[in-house]
Design a protein around this ligand. Structure first.
Ligand SMILES: *[C@@H]1O[C@H](CO)[C@@H](O)[C@H](O)[C@H]1NC(C)=O
Length: 271
């Protein structure tokens, strides 16, 4: 009895060896990296204003900003270079729509890939019995692929604009005192970009994963099963029982058992 239970649970998680399910797990992980690196970002740049009247200078002004990059709301106190007067200076630009769109897609992709993995692991037979399951999975996968491409491109463009808008050399131009050549303004350091660059990379990696998985989900749909039934005939009949038999035998590593047609396609047709 114990051994039987053990075998059954091993069989359940063997599902993760299917490309469909394995890619879902990667999608799940990569979506976390995408929204965590973008949504969790905060950066700082630092500039100096060295007034002719030394006493009114501020040689180290830190300017903090963060997700969602509504830079027009980010401000700092800059010296006017007259006595100790200061004035509030605002950064420019609003990149929140692209950043929030990207994070929203990443969060929903995270939820969907988690849910889909759960379904494959625990309800694979039900998923395959019902033609509607693979169909919905296919449509959602196509939509997410498109959304990843659009949101990653939009976010990549917004990020390059954020980099310009928070460049210390550009920020100096916003400080009125720096327009007077008798005052010297300088850049101490710019923000760190590695986290946000990573988020763009993971956005496009997610696009590749989701677009690649369209094919594996398509193979679960009746369209594909219908056409391959015509082509492959009898050998296809075993596809329905694939989910029970091979797993219980633990024989996913032995493609020979169900590759009557030969070649790599027969293995994939069974899925
Ligand atoms: C310089 O600006 C920072 C804000 O970035 C402020 O905290 C600091 O008090 C200022 N220093 C002087 C001398 O005004």
């Amino acid at each position: 009895m114990d051994t039987a239970n053990q075998l059954a649970s091993v069989g359940t998680f063997q599902v993760l060896k299917l490309p469909l399910a394995f890619i879902r797990v990667l999608e799940w992980l990569f979506s976390i990296f995408a929204f965590a690196t973008c949504g969790g970002y905060s950066g700082q740049l630092r500039v100096s204003v060295d007034c002719m009247e030394r006493a009114s200078s501020n040689l180290s002004m830190g300017i903090d900003f963060a997700y969602p990059f509504r830079l027009y709301q980010v401000s700092f106190e800059a010296p006017v270079c007259e006595a100790t007067r200061r004035e509030r200076v605002f950064l420019t630009g609003d990149y929140s729509s692209s950043a929030e769109f990207f994070v929203t897609i990443a969060v929903f992709a995270f939820l969907y890939s988690l849910m889909a993995t759960t379904v494959y692991v625990f309800f694979l037979n039900k998923y395959r019995e019902n033609t509607r399951g693979p169909f919905i999975d296919f449509i959602v996968t196509v939509v997410f692929s498109f959304m990843w491409l659009v949101s990653s491109s939009a976010w990549a463009k917004a990020l390059s604009d954020v980099k310009v808008a928070t460049d210390p050399d550009e920020v100096q131009l916003l400080i009125p005192a720096c327009k007077d050549p008798t005052n010297k303004c300088g850049s101490l350091h710019g923000p760190r970009w590695s986290g946000l660059n990573t988020s763009v990379v993971f956005g496009f990696l997610n696009f590749v994963l989701w677009a690649g998985n369209i094919w594996f989900v398509f193979k679960e749909t009746t369209w594909h099963k219908g056409t391959s039934k015509l082509a492959a005939g009898a050998s296809e009949k075993q596809a329905g029982t694939f989910s029970q038999q091979p797993y219980n035998h633990g024989s996913l590593d032995q493609p020979s058992e169900y590759s009557q047609v030969g070649g790599p396609t027969s293995y994939s047709n069974q899925m």
